[in-house]
Design a protein around this ligand. Structure first.
Ligand code: ATP
Ligand code: MG
Ligand code: MG
Length: 381
């Protein structure tokens, strides 16, 4: 069980390779959009095509959820795919995701499915403003969303959405999910892992901050036991229901002392990158352990740790590395506005020390590229 094929060849596959090498795992990635390994993790990791990849692998997994269903079916037929194609599809379709949440009684925002103008009008009746509309398929990093704050904007937003639906070329029918905007106190996520035998381990809840719909900062520090318990219960229910194997993340809105599920990610997750230096075992290694049916590693927090995403920039000052505990992870990707290019992890022996180091980091980094880090660091102090 040491040859792994990852569907998707981005940074998550790359970080799985980094984590899997000491375990002697032979990891190859496949760019599912072209059916070829176009961004190999290393040159010798090239598989010619999907069939060869499936044949040569002991285990197959995925680094993202928007994968063509015929590819998933082919992988599943081999009996090597973890998690199941069902779990991956649910993560890639907000309609299926909502159905899963309802079937597990997991609290989530009031919602309504929209396919035509009549549903749009009903959604506005059924929910109260503000409402957020999200594409059912292919949304990530806040893309494919419309926010309706005032009834006066309804017509313009519907026109834009209708044009979007008409132009959609997805194999599965595209649709829209209307959601009540949640007046949350903060956003948190739970990254957890489940093994074939049903063993589950979860990391401490992570607090997440977004800039323009994209995750910008995640912080893991000792958390409120009640909230952690609530999140763990949801993780157990959803992962049992899916007979899930591997790492899965659940994003929540915290309202008072209640957690509402926002969405799930059937894979390693950006809000779990802090585990590379803040937890006993990182999420990438734990995913690999789970899919190879190895004992799970401890998910305990070693010390308060934060992760700062580097978005749309391909350099940062080397002075970052002079901050004690700070590490930089580049993804080796071409520079593009709004693209996740890398991340910085930083830890402290206490939350105060972490906050001071984040403040120091905010002072060093270019303010335009990290617009909210300064405010966040100040508030966290
Ligand atoms: P990701 O990159 O996390 O997969 P995504 O494109 O799937 O993002 P969501 O996580 O659904 O999008 O939404 C992005 C952000 O928009 C959320 O983290 C939150 O800040 C805000 N948001 C989404 N839904 C709601 C809601 N119902 N109420 C309030 N804010 C919301
Ligand atoms: Mg998402
Ligand atoms: Mg999200």
């Amino acid at each position: 069980m040491n040859k792994i094929l990852i569907l998707g060849a981005g940074q998550l596959a790359r970080m799985m390779e980094l984590a899997g090498t000491p375990l002697n795992l032979d990891i190859k990635a496949l760019d599912v959009s072209s059916n070829k390994v176009v961004q190999p993790l290393s040159p010798e990791n090239i598989y010619g095509d999907l069939e060869a990849g499936i044949k040569n692998a002991d285990v197959i997994t995925a680094e993202f959820e928007h994968i063509a269903h015929d590819i998933l079916a082919e992988c599943e037929q081999s009996g090597k795919l973890y998690p199941t194609s069902n779990a991956i599809k649910i993560g890639g379709d907000r309609r299926l995701e909502k159905a899963l949440l309802e079937s597990c009684n997991a609290a989530n925002a009031k919602h309504y499915f929209v396919n035509a103008k009549i549903d749009f009008d009903k959604a506005i009746e059924h929910l109260s403003l503000p409402i957020i509309f999200k594409t059912a398929l292919e949304g990530y990093d806040g893309k494919g969303q419309w926010r309706l704050k005032s009834a006066a904007d309804a017509e313009v937003i519907w026109q834009d959405m209708a044009n979007f639906l008409a132009a959609s070329k997805t194999t599965v029918k595209q649709g829209i999910v209307a959601e009540q905007m949640v007046p949350f106190d903060r956003e948190v996520s739970l990254v957890g892992v489940r093994r074939v035998n049903g063993d589950v381990a979860v990391y401490p809840l992570t607090e997440n901050h977004h800039t323009n719909g994209i995750l910008s900062v995640s912080v893991a520090a000792p958390v409120n036991e009640q909230l952690q318990q609530q999140a763990s219960t949801v993780f157990k229910a959803l992962s049992d229901e899916l007979d899930y194997v591997g790492v899965m993340a659940i994003e929540f809105f915290q309202v008072g002392d209640q957690l509402l599920v926002n969405e799930i990610a059937p894979r390693v997750h950006n809000s779990g990158h802090w585990t590379q230096q803040g937890a006993d075992t990182c999420q990438f290694e734990n995913h690999l352990r789970a899919i190879c049916d190895l004992p799970l590693g401890s998910t305990a927090l070693i010390r308060p740790t934060a992760m700062v995403n580097i978005i749309g920039e391909d350099t940062v000052s080397n002075e970052v590395l002079a901050i004690p505990s700070a590490t930089i992870h580049w993804y080796n990707k071409g520079k593009r506005v709004g693209r996740k290019m890398g991340h910085i992890n930083v830890s402290g022996e206490s939350e105060l020390q972490l906050a001071q180091r984040l403040q120091h980091l905010a002072d060093i980094l270019c303010k335009e590229a990290f617009p909210d880090l300064n405010d966040f660091a100040k508030n966290y102090l």
